[in-house]
Structures are given as C-alpha cells and as structure tokens.
Design a protein around this ligand. Structure first.
Ligand code: HEC
Ligand code: HEC
Length: 309
C-alpha cells in the first residue's frame, strides 16, 4: 500500500492475524455497503459513515436499525489505520472488535443473511478458507476501513516545500494552531501527522448539561476520565460537520469560538484548555488552516461497490 503525501507508514497498526490483501479489502468494502449486514436489513456502515461527508454522518445523531437515535455523533472513519482503540471513549480495542460488536448487527444474523448470498460464500472461502462466519466478516470490514486514508492536503504540500500551497490566512492560522502566538496551541492534543495523539481529554463539550455524557469514565470508571473524549484526527475536518461527540457544533467557526473562550469550565477540564484571546480575524485564520487539511481519498476506496444478489 502506498500512502498519500503526509501519512507515515511506521505509524500503521495492522494486527498480525489480519493482514491486508486486495481480495479481503474488496470483500470488506461490499459488506460495508450491504444493508443485509444489519439485523433487519435497514442499515449498513455506510448509512452512518458517509464517504461523501468525510466518512461521518451529516445528522447530529444517526438512526439505528430500529430507528432509534444513537447516543453519540458518528465519528469519522478516516485514517483509522493509525490507531488500535476505537470510539469516542476508546472502549473498542481494535477495528475488528468494533465491527464484531457493532450494535446494529448480531453475529448469528450476519451469518444467516450474508451467508445466504452465494457470491459472498465463494469470495469468503477464497479469502478465509472456511464458510462465511462473523469473525471473518468483521476482519474483512476492518481491513477495508484501514484503507480509508486521506493525505496530500494543501498543508502536506506546504510541508513538502510548496510554499504557495497554503494561503497567507492559512499560514497565519498554522501559527495559532502550533501555539506560536498564544498558549500551548492545538498541537497539545491534535499532534503529529494525523493531528491527534489518540489521547482522551475533557474540553468541556456538553458539560453544561444537567446530566452530561461522562465519556471515557462510563467505561473506565476512573475519576480523571470524567467528560473525556478522544481527540479526533483533524484531517478532512471541513468535510464533516457537525462536530464533537454530541454533534453540537455546526461549523468550524463555532468550534474555534468555543476554544477561544477556553472550552466549558467544569471540575475535570484539561489544563491544556485555556482562553486564547484570538481576535475575530485570527479566529478566521485558524479556520482557514483547518480547511487546508482537506486532502484526497483514493477514488477506488470511496466509490460504491457492486453488491451481489
Ligand atoms: C446506525 C449508525 C451506525 C452504523 C450502522 C455504524 N456506525 Fe460506526 N459509529 C456510529 C456512532 C454513533 C459511532 C460513535 C460511537 C461512540 O463512540 O460511542 C461510531 C463509531 C465508529 C468507529 C470509531 C471511530 C473512531 O474514530 O474511534 C468505527 C471504527 C466505526 N464506527 C465503524 C463502523 C463500521 C465498520 C460499521 C459497519 C460494520 C459501522 N461503524 C456501522 C454509528 C454507526
Ligand atoms: C486538551 C486537548 C485538546 C486541545 C488543546 C485541542 N483539542 Fe480539539 N479536540 C479535543 C477533543 C478531546 C475533541 C473531542 C471532544 C468531544 O467530542 O467532546 C476535540 C475536537 C475537535 C474538533 C472536532 C472534530 C470532529 O471531528 O468532530 C475540532 C475541529 C478541533 N478539536 C479543533 C481544535 C483546534 C482548532 C484547537 C486549538 C484551538 C484544538 N482543537 C485544541 C482535544 C483538544
């Protein structure tokens, strides 16, 4: 696999028992799109992770196979190759674990519904050497998700020496992002080539609610994790409003204004979140920088597959 400009191969996480092969990836791509995957045939991964919307959901909350609202906003699936743990809280240990335990499916029904498709049985045997089973379906989907990669953004071309790739506004925004003008900057958490350190922080989103979502705490039960959520990658961020685990911010301007006032104060707020005191034009520069993180995803990854009868 050749990675786009700006992505770093040494950071890739691929479990030893699920190597990437082109046949497995192609099969996983079909499952990703196929609604027969879900318990009642009404949703597929693509229903909530839209390739034309930065692989997230334009809706604040998604609708499950039962037509119920999900508890959190659907995260982007971009550049998950560079991480083992998944979900806003990190409670899934791998992409395989995530696909195996997704609530809209059940392993028994996956075998019953997808296993009834002769073309899938044939492809599956070729890849895994057995009849279709739920673990293999999860592995194939995880393999495909690892190919959803975005790089070669204006920022990457700028880093590679093309000084005109970033507008003057985006270049000023980069300085704010790196904290060279005020405080510690965004790179305190959105660090490195994928703009995340994969860490969990309380920045105060939703903490003004009476009964806030306590995030990572709901699964670790550690006091320090109260209200902490994963710092997401910022690649392609302009493509996927609304933002945050509760989809409560409609625009990047809203996000930057939120950080500028120092997040939302609460007992567990990360010390890295402080008022920034950026002027309106400095905030606009920061937004211009975030927009310059919009890169390219390979067309063969994004285009819908043909599904067998
Ligand atoms: C009904 C909507 C829905 C469907 C269908 C769905 N997801 Fe999600 N997905 C979500 C939501 C909501 C979250 C956030 C969950 C959380 O963190 O609590 C999420 C989170 C994820 C994450 C975590 C990403 C990260 O950055 O941590 C991955 C990976 C993922 N989904 C993959 C899939 C795959 C693969 C499928 C199909 C097998 C799928 N999803 C089907 C709504 C959906
Ligand atoms: C203390 C760590 C930390 C710092 C510093 C930080 N962020 Fe974040 N960022 C997060 C976390 C955690 C989330 C997710 C919070 C949630 O959903 O509740 C997030 C979410 C975001 C999102 C939404 C992404 C999405 O897909 O929904 C954007 C945009 C963003 N941050 C930009 C910035 C910018 C710009 C700065 C600097 C002004 C910054 N961040 C500083 C931790 C941080």
């Amino acid at each position: 696999m050749t990675l786009q400009l700006g992505l770093q191969e040494h950071a890739a996480y691929i479990p030893d028992d699920n190597p990437l092969t082109s046949e497995k990836i192609a099969l996983g791509k079909q499952f990703f799109w196929d609604k027969r995957w879900s318990r009642n045939g009404t949703v597929a991964c693509v229903s909530c992770h839209d390739p034309n919307h930065g692989w997230a959901d334009p809706r604040q909350f998604s609708l499950t196979f039962e037509g119920k609202r999900t508890g959190r906003h659907a995260s982007t699936l971009l550049n998950r190759l560079f991480s083992d743990r998944q979900h806003w809280t990190g409670e899934r240990t791998s992409l395989e674990d995530q696909a195996m335990n997704a609530r809209d499916q059940s392993p028994e029904l996956v075998v019953e519904h997808l296993g009834a498709v002769p073309a899938y049985q044939k492809q599956f045997r070729k890849v895994f050497g057995t009849d279709l089973n739920a673990e293999g379906v999860a592995k194939a989907i995880a393999a495909y998700v690892r190919t959803i990669l975005s790089g070669n953004s204006p920022y990457d071309r700028f880093q590679a020496g093309d000084t005109d790739a970033l507008s003057p506004a985006a270049r000023r925004g980069l300085r704010h992002f790196e904290g060279r003008s005020h405080g510690r900057g965004c790179i305190g958490c959105h660090a490195g080539f994928n703009f995340t350190d994969e860490g969990y922080y309380n920045i105060g989103v939703g903490m003004d609610r009476e009964d806030p979502d306590l995030g990572r705490y709901t699964f670790t039960r550690r006091e320090a994790d109260k209200g902490a959520f994963k710092a997401p990658t910022l690649r392609d961020v302009a493509r996927r409003p609304p933002y945050m685990h509760d989809g409560s911010m409609k625009t990047l301007e809203d996000v930057v204004a939120f950080y500028n006032k120092g997040g939302h104060r609460n007992p567990w707020l990360s010390p890295l979140i402080q008022p920034l005191n950026l002027s309106a034009s400095e905030q606009a520069d920061l937004v211009a920088f975030l927009e310059a993180l919009t890169g390219e995803v390979a067309p063969e990854v994004t285009s819908p597959p043909t599904l067998p009868q």
